[in-house]
Ligand binder design. Structure first.
Ligand SMILES: Nc1nc2c(ncn2[C@@H]2O[C@H](COP(=O)(O)OP(=O)(O)OP(=O)(O)O)[C@@H](O)[C@H]2O)c(=O)[nH]1
Ligand SMILES: C[S@@+](CC[C@H](N)C(=O)[O-])C[C@H]1O[C@@H](n2cnc3c(N)ncnc32)[C@H](O)[C@@H]1O
Ligand code: SF4
Ligand code: SF4
Length: 320
């Protein structure tokens, strides 16, 4: 079992397989970075898998593959298959912008993927294009449909932005409700890489918009997710992720690994340690030592409320 320095059980590993992306979302990567990490500096799928195997052996039972845009990395379905075949019953999921799903959703399901979280910020072509800085909506909708047909369990992630997609919160909720997908609205997290014009809606503002049409109740927090669940009168559940709070940190169960082998103990902090050299040298024992050290020093909670610092690490690097 993996236990961190605050006695929390860590059983969720988020693995970012690339920082590259085919979208330029205003809240994440509005401009192409000056340079990408060169391919030869990334861990290969086999190397990432060496670490994932030992992490699973030590108690990880949920693995999420993310990015950048994970589907841009060639052969992702093979990586998914390696992980899914390693342990039956593993909660294996993917977070994606959905653009490449029409081609690969079935392959991913065949490889053993069960769940998929897809970002969808607007149902209007011009608004989606304004946020992603590319004409994406039709293809993303086809991608969501392909995931449904392939039998993947779907959640939708949406970042409401002032003056951009805030008027669509109800439409997006209803789009998901009609199809049986859970939607989670995510409070925009300020960061050094986002457009300086991006301004998010907070949880209360999001709830007030939904209240204009629906009555809902807040559910007891259960489990380890940062998402606060709400239930409409007809039983449909939606979530709001309020990263500026820290009440979910006391049950934090997660650790992040980037494509270049950096183990990140908390989304909020800069501190991290690299396992790249250990993995490249096939020194798994050393990688596990580093993992244990990272866990020992995992922060108790974020400090958004205390000092409202903005994140200096790009979301496309950490994988969200
Ligand atoms: N503050 C904070 N936010 C998080 C954390 N994990 C996820 N989030 C936020 O939730 C967003 C969506 O996460 P997803 O990639 O869909 O994964 P998830 O919420 O763990 O998904 P499920 O396994 O379906 O619960 C991320 O982009 C972050 O904004 C966390 O540890 N801390
Ligand atoms: C970094 S993306 C990576 C996976 C994939 N490209 C996607 O967009 O789903 C993971 C999640 O982070 C969220 N995200 C990115 N930047 C964010 C920000 N500044 N504030 C809140 N959420 C953010 C996205 O909405 C997405 O749901
Ligand atoms: S949120 Fe996802 S799709 Fe948008 S720029 Fe970031 S990594 Fe790309
Ligand atoms: S902010 Fe840090 S401590 Fe809190 S849930 Fe996220 S990763 Fe865990």
């Amino acid at each position: 079992m993996l236990i961190d320095g605050h006695g929390r059980k860590v059983d969720y590993l988020r693995v970012s397989v690339t920082e590259r992306c085919n979208f330029r979302c205003q809240y994440c990567m509005p401009e192409k970075p000056f340079s990408w990490v060169p391919r030869e500096e990334l861990l290969t799928y086999e190397e990432l898998f060496e670490f994932i195997k030992v992490a699973i052996d030590k108690g990880i039972n949920k693995v999420r593959v993310t990015g950048g845009e994970p589907l841009l990395r060639e052969g992702l379905e093979n990586f998914i298959r390696m992980i899914s075949e390693y342990k039956e019953g593993l909660d294996l999921a993917l977070t994606t912008n959905g653009y490449l799903l029409p081609k690969v959703a079935q392959k991913l399901a065949d490889a053993g993927l069960k769940r998929i979280n897809i970002s969808l910020d607007s149902l209007k072509e011009e608004v989606a294009a304004k946020i992603a800085q590319k004409n994406v909506l039709k293809t993303v909708l086809k991608g969501i449909e392909a995931a449904r047909v392939a039998g993947l369990k779907i959640k939708i992630n949406c970042v409401p932005l002032k003056g951009i997609n805030e008027s669509e919160i109800i439409d997006l909720l209803e789009f998901c409700k009609e199809r049986g997908y859970e939607i989670r609205f995510i409070e925009y997290m300020e960061n050094d890489y986002a457009s300086k014009y991006a301004k998010g809606l907070d949880s209360v503002e999001i709830q007030n918009i939904i209240k204009e049409k629906y009555t809902f109740k807040k559910l007891e927090r259960c489990g380890t997710s940062p998402s606060q669940e709400y239930e409409l009168e007809d039983g449909y559940k939606f979530g709001i992720i309020e990263p500026h709070k820290d009440d979910f940190c006391s049950t934090c169960n997660r650790i992040r690994l980037t494509a270049s082998g950096v183990l990140i103990p908390c989304l909020y902090y800069e501190d991290a340690q690299s396992i790249k050299e250990a993995i490249k040298a096939k020194d798994i024992k050393k990688a596990v030592e580093i993992l244990k050290d990272v866990l020992k020093n995992k922060p108790e909670k974020n400090r958004w409320t205390e000092n409202s610092e903005i994140s200096a690490r790009a979301f496309y690097e950490t994988g969200g």
